[in-house]
Structures are given as C-alpha cells and as structure tokens.
Design a protein around this ligand. Structure first.
Ligand SMILES: NC(=O)c1ccc[n+]([C@@H]2O[C@H](COP(=O)([O-])OP(=O)(O)OC[C@H]3O[C@@H](n4cnc5c(N)ncnc54)[C@H](OP(=O)(O)O)[C@@H]3O)[C@@H](O)[C@H]2O)c1
Length: 259
C-alpha cells in the first residue's frame, strides 16, 4: 500500500492548504479535525481530482484519550504512515484571566499534549517506512513571551523546544523532525483566538497566505530541515527577539495584543 501523510487540523487554513498541496503531489492522506462535513467534502474532492486515497477521522484532539483513538484507527486499517503533521492548534487572545481555566487547559491539550502523544504513539509506525517525517506547526510567537497571547505563545515555545530536542535524539535514525514557525497567516485563527481589532490590523499588513505557508512547510519537511520560520519579516522578528533585551520586546508586542 502507498504510504499516507497524516495531518491534524486538515479541515481549514494551513492544514487544508497542506492537504491540497500533498494531494497534487499524489500523496495519500489521512485528515483529522472536528468538522465532519468539511472533511467529507474535502476527502471526496481530493480523491476525485488527484486519484489518491484520502481517509478522514472526525476527532476532538483536545480530549485526553484522542491520540489513543487515532492509533486504534490507524492500526485497525493498517495505514502505513510516512509523515505525521501536527498542525491543529489555536490561541486565546486578551488577558489571561479573561478565559475560564478549562479553555486554557483545552488549548494546552491541543497545542502541546496532542502532538507529543501522537508523536509517541505513531513513531513505531513511521519507523517502519524507509524514511519518515514529523512536521510540527509552531509559531513566530514561540520566540518571545507575548503578553495578551501569553499562554498560546508559551505552548508554541514548548513545541519548538520539543521538536528541536527530538530531532537531535533521532538524527541518526530514519525519522526527521521539522518545526515550522509561521507568522500572521490569513486563516480562521484570529476569529477563534478572539484577536482584537488592533492586532488584526497589524497582522493584515504582514499576512502570508495559507498556501504560501503550506508550501514552505512541506518543502522544509521533505528537506528534513530542523526549523523554518516563514517569511523574511518573521525571521527578522525572531532575530530581534534574540538580540534585544526581553523587556523591550515584551513592551512592544504587548502594545499589539493587550487591549
Ligand atoms: N494563522 C496564523 O496566523 C498562525 C500563525 C502562527 C501559527 N499558526 C498555527 O498554525 C496552525 C494551524 O492554524 P490555522 O491558522 O490554519 O488556523 P485555523 O484556520 O483555525 O485551522 C485550525 C485547524 O485546527 C483544527 N482544530 C481546531 N481545534 C481542534 C480540535 N480540538 N481537535 C481537532 N482539530 C482541531 C480545525 O478544524 P476543526 O475546527 O474542524 O476542528 C482546523 O482544521 C495552528 O497550530 C496555529 O497555532 C497560525
């Protein structure tokens, strides 16, 4: 059986753009998200257009046992998996105390625990391929604290650090781990994150398209790059955050995200 690429958060935004790009390259796909109708339409569309196999699983990856459910689904169908793309994620914008604790825990589960659990459980399946890939979608927010997007930025710093550490551990194996850090990208992200008007206006000037980000991410994954920041402005931002005193950077970004 031709191997599959598994993408979390494949129904919209960057995940959907990666699915469409890989489908064009004749890659079989496993698509995961919560929106059943969207996944069903997307899977049928990609199968017809590109003559590939596309299967989907409707799942809330913020649920504690979600990764085990994914593993059972993969094992019961004996899907050979060549790449795991941990893309599903969301943010919560505004004051930390504005949101119920349960929403913060849900976000941490989706942005951090789900990628770790999926990586752990699916690694043995990836290792059966001649070459396997793990691609984690973090964020430019990973490079500094972002007051007003505090916990989200922390989850993405976690994912960046986890990805780099694991890449080092696996560097002599047949698995590569790539972390991609997009900046503002034109998707549904600001709506779910409840990003304020000021930040939305700032982002609109810098927005990359989901297709652009997806293309850079897939290229980085197949090139086995350890880390890729999408776009020159975002690369400059990460460099500046490394160079300048943390307080200066925090003051600057707080002006964008704090309402
Ligand atoms: N857009 C940006 O500016 C930006 C910048 C940096 C990093 N990122 C990162 O890029 C990744 C993709 O985000 P996006 O911008 O493409 O946002 P998006 O358009 O909101 O897409 C998010 C995807 O994640 C899925 N998802 C959300 N909650 C889920 C859950 N509990 N269980 C399973 N799937 C879930 C959504 O599908 P359902 O709603 O159908 O479940 C959707 O397919 C995220 O990790 C985000 O943090 C985005």
């Amino acid at each position: 059986m031709k191997p599959y690429v598994l993408i979390t958060g494949a129904s919209k935004g960057i995940g959907k753009a990666m699915a469409e790009l890989l489908a064009k390259q004749k890659t079989n796909l496993l698509l995961l998200a919560r929106s059943e109708q969207i996944l069903d339409n997307l899977a049928k569309d990609l199968m017809i257009k590109h003559e590939i196999d596309v299967q989907y699983l409707v799942i809330d990856l913020a649920k504690i046992n979600a990764a085990e459910t994914v593993l059972q689904w993969v094992q019961s169908h004996q899907f050979p998996i060549q790449a795991l793309i941990n893309n599903a994620g969301y943010g919560l914008s505004g004051a930390f105390q504005k949101y119920p604790l349960a929403q913060h825990v849900d976000m941490m589960q989706l942005n951090m625990a789900a990628p770790v659990q999926l990586t752990y459980l699916l690694l043995p399946i990836l290792q059966q391929q001649p070459k396997g890939y793990i691609l984690n979608i973090a964020s430019a927010a990973a490079y500094q604290a972002v007051p007003g997007l505090t916990l989200y930025a922390a989850t993405k710093s976690f994912l960046l650090s986890f990805s780099r550490g694991l890449q080092h551990e696996l560097k002599k194996s047949n698995i590569s781990v790539t972390v991609v850090c997009p900046g503002a990208t034109d998707t549904d992200f600001p709506n779910r994150a409840q990003v304020g008007l000021k930040a939305q206006k700032a982002a609109a000037r810098l927005n990359m398209s989901a297709n652009e980000v997806a293309a850079l991410a897939i290229k980085a994954m197949y090139a086995a790059k350890t880390e890729k920041i999408t776009g020159f402005i975002n690369q400059l931002g990460a460099f500046t955050a490394w160079l300048l005193p943390k307080k200066w950077i925090e003051n600057a970004v707080a002006k964008i995200y704090q309402e």
